[in-house]
Design a protein around this ligand. Structure first.
Ligand SMILES: Nc1ncnc2c1ncn2[C@@H]1O[C@H](COP(=O)(O)OP(=O)(O)OP(=O)(O)O)[C@@H](O)[C@H]1O
Ligand SMILES: [Mg+2]
Length: 326
C-alpha cells in the first residue's frame, strides 16, 4: 500500500553564525493512513526540526535536501502559498506546550471558529456548531461552556485537548504531535494518548508522534524510527524494535525505561551526553557512548541495513543479533 507520507533522505541545514550546520542528515521514513508513526530519540536528535521541515516552518536561512512526498506532492518543494494551504488543511501540528500556541487573551470559541472561518470559509453559526462538535470529539466536558473560557482557565490536559481540536478543525490527513504529553502527569498523559489512538482509527488519521519516551511509543505506535544526532539508528514495526532492539542506542534507551512489571529492576542510563550538531562525532555519531564500538566505528558513517520484517538498523557491529528470536 502506498504510504500517505514518504520521506526520503531528508537533510536540514540551519543557518548559524558559523555557517550552515547539519541538523538532519539523511532521514527516511513512511507514514501510513490510520497509523501512528513514532519518532524517538534523545533531546537534540533533530525530531522537532524534522517536523518543522515537513511543515515548511524552519527558521529563516535553513536549507533542506531530499523529498517528502504526501499525496503525490513534495512538501519540501512547495511554494509558500501552497504550503500555507497544506498546513491545517492536510497537515496539522500539536506542540508540547499549548500555552505557546493558544492565544491567552482570546476565548476558545474565537480561536476555534476563526480557524474554521479562515480555512474553510464557514459562516459564524456553522463555525460555532463545528467548534462544539470538535470539542465533543476530543471529549471536552461541557463543550458549550468551554467555548466561553480562556486558556488559563483549563488544566494542562484540557488545553492539550483544545489544541488537538484546533488541529483537527480542517480534517487534516496527518497530525504531527510533538511531545504532546511531556508536560502532563501520567494519568492525564494516558487520556491524551488514548484520544490520539482513537482519532487515528476512527478518522483514518495518520499521526507522527514525536517523543523522547520509547515507553509512550511502545503502547501506541505501529512503527518507530529512532534518531540519533540527526540520523536514523533503527526503524521498524514497534513490536520488533521494542521486543528485539538491535542497535546499541535503541537498547540503551530501552534499558533506561522503567518497567511496570519489574519495578525493582535497575535502570541503566546511557553514559555520556547526546552528540551536539556542532561537534557530531565522526563515523557512527553514537560511538563515543557505545560500549560495543570498534575502531572502525569512528571512521565510516554506518549505512542503514535492512534486517528483518521491514526493519532497518545502522550498526555494523550488530552486537544483539544473536539474541533475536528466529
Ligand atoms: N534555530 C536554531 N539554530 C541553531 N541550532 C538549532 C536551532 N534549532 C534547533 N537547533 C539545534 O538542532 C538540534 C536538533 O534540535 P531539535 O529541536 O530538532 O531536537 P529534538 O530532537 O526535538 O530535541 P528535544 O527532545 O529536546 O525537543 C539541536 O541540537 C538544537 O540545538
Ligand atoms: Mg523537540
Amino acid at each position: 500500500m502506498t504510504p500517505l507520507l514518504s520521506v526520503r533522505d531528508l537533510h536540514v541545514w540551519l543557518d548559524t553564525a558559523r555557517g550552515p550546520l547539519s541538523i538532519v542528515d539523511g532521514v527516511s521514513f513512511d507514514v501510513g493512513e490510520g497509523q501512528v508513526f513514532g519518532l524517538a530519540g534523545e533531546s537534540g536528535s533533530g525530531k522537532t526540526i524534522t517536523a518543522l521541515a515537513l511543515l515548511g516552518l524552519l527558521p529563516a536561512g535553513a536549507r533542506t535536501g531530499g523529498v517528502a512526498i504526501m499525496a503525490g506532492r513534495d512538501l519540501l518543494a512547495m511554494r509558500t502559498s501552497e504550503r500555507r494551504r497544506t498546513r491545517g488543511r492536510e497537515i496539522a501540528m500539536v506542540f508540547q506546550d499549548p500555552t505557546s500556541s493558544l492565544h491567552p487573551m482570546l476565548t476558545i470559541e474565537r480561536q476555534l471558529t476563526e480557524h474554521l472561518r479562515y480555512q474553510l470559509g464557514l459562516s459564524g453559526k456553522e463555525a460555532h456548531l463545528r467548534a462544539v462538535a470538535l470539542l465533543t470529539e476530543v471529549r471536552m466536558p461541557d463543550p458549550e461552556a468551554a467555548m466561553r473560557g480562556y486558556p488559563h482557565q483549563f488544566s494542562g490536559g484540557m488545553r492539550q485537548r483544545i489544541q488537538i481540536a484546533i488541529g483537527l478543525a480542517c480534517e487534516p490527513r496527518l497530525l504531527i504531535a510533538d511531545e504532546p504529553t511531556t508536560a502532563l502527569d501520567v494519568t492525564v498523559q494516558a487520556g491524551i494518548l488514548r484520544l490520539l489512538r482513537r482519532l487515528c482509527k476512527e478518522k483514518n488519521l495518520a499521526v507522527i508522534l514525536i517523543t523522547h519516551d520509547l515507553g509512550v511509543l511502545s503502547a501506541l505506535a505501529d512503527s518507530i524510527t529512532v534518531m540519533y544526532a540527526g540520523r536514523v539508528a533503527e526503524s521498524g514495526p514497534t513490536s520488533q524494535v521494542m521486543g528485539h532492539a538491535r542497535h546499541p542506542y535503541t537498547r540503551g534507551l530501552i534499558d533506561a525505561l522503567p518497567h511496570p512489571e519489574a519495578p525493582d529492576r535497575v535502570l541503566i542510563p546511557i553514559a555520556g551526553d547526546p552528540a551536539s550538531p556542532e561537534s557530531r562525532p565522526s563515523g557512527c555519531a553514537f560511538h563515543p557512548r557505545c560500549r560495543y564500538s570498534r575502531p572502525s566505528c569512528q571512521i565510516a558513517i554506518p549505512p542503514l541495513i535492512p534486517i528483518d520484517d521491514g526493519r532497518e538498523m545502522a550498526c555494523p557491529v550488530d552486537p544483539f543479533m544473536a539474541s533475536v528470536a528466529r
